[in-house]
Design a protein around this ligand. Sequence first.
Ligand code: CA2
Length: 142
Amino acid sequence: MKILIINGPNLNMLGIREPDIYGKKTYSDLVELIESHAKSINIDVECFQSNHEGYIVDKIQQAYGNTDGIVINPGAYTHTSVAILDALKSVGIPSVEVHISDVDSREEFRKTSYVSLYCFKRITGKGFDGYLEAINEIATLK
Ligand code: CA2
């Protein structure tokens, strides 16, 4: 089974500022954690991060036919991007939405999520562990 992990804008800056919201660990720490968990349950993962909406759309389209699941934290594009929602719909790959912070208890604008209209599950406020839970959810679809 192959799972694609997509992280959107500014997630490459994790650990640099706002540790009270996003923790002290870096994006590299996140990738290491995900890869080690995936290995332990015998799943192939690819981690992808981009600050650009179109590159995220391209990556989702490229997953068509070769990927069993997508774990996506679209960052700020969560709250704005119909293009990412449509890309997920176009490939039809089972997907889980993840947010490190508890988006629903923050600013009003963070409560809107376009990708949630497609994803079969939404995990928020569990820090990096949310990604592992999302991988496990997809693994149960085998
Ligand atoms: O909680 C999440 O995972 C978010 O998707 C993170 C996004 C934010 O725009 C979403 O509303 C919720 C932000 C990504 C990281 O932004 C940083 C900001 C300051 C320092 C480091 C990272």
